[in-house]
Design a protein. Structure first.
Length: 116
């Protein structure tokens, strides 16, 4: 077994463990912090994608959590019919997979051995 195969296997094992632990946290559903604020933003965006109201207070001011990611989650919510919490859970898995893939490509490009 060569070193490159061992490196790839190690990364796949690490990525698999991270995905496994994230799935455990998702199934537990013990959300804290600003999760419900993100959920409110996604819910408001799903109701009116182009002119959403502030999801927290009744005002014409914008909300700090309106972001391109929240718009993508809201479009996903509209397309699938899931609620905002389930949509955020799906995107949590998607974001972790995207991060792990990006980290692998970045690490591979930075730590590439010089070929003689």
């Amino acid at each position: 077994m060569n070193l490159i195969t061992l490196e790839k296997r190690s990364y796949i094992i690490l990525a698999g463990l991270l995905l496994f632990f994230e799935m455990i946290l998702i199934f537990k559903g013990q959300w804290n912090g600003d999760f419900f604020e993100h959920s409110a933003v996604v819910n408001e965006l799903s109701k009116n994608l182009f002119h959403p109201q502030n999801p927290i207070i009744s005002s014409n001011t914008t909300h700090a959590f309106f972001s391109p990611n929240a718009v993508l989650v809201a479009v996903f919510l509209i397309a699938t019919g899931l609620d905002s919490i389930a949509s955020l859970e799906c995107f949590a898995v998607f974001n972790l997979i995207l991060f792990l893939y990006s980290l692998y490509i970045f690490s591979k490009s930075i730590f590439q051995k010089n070929k003689v």
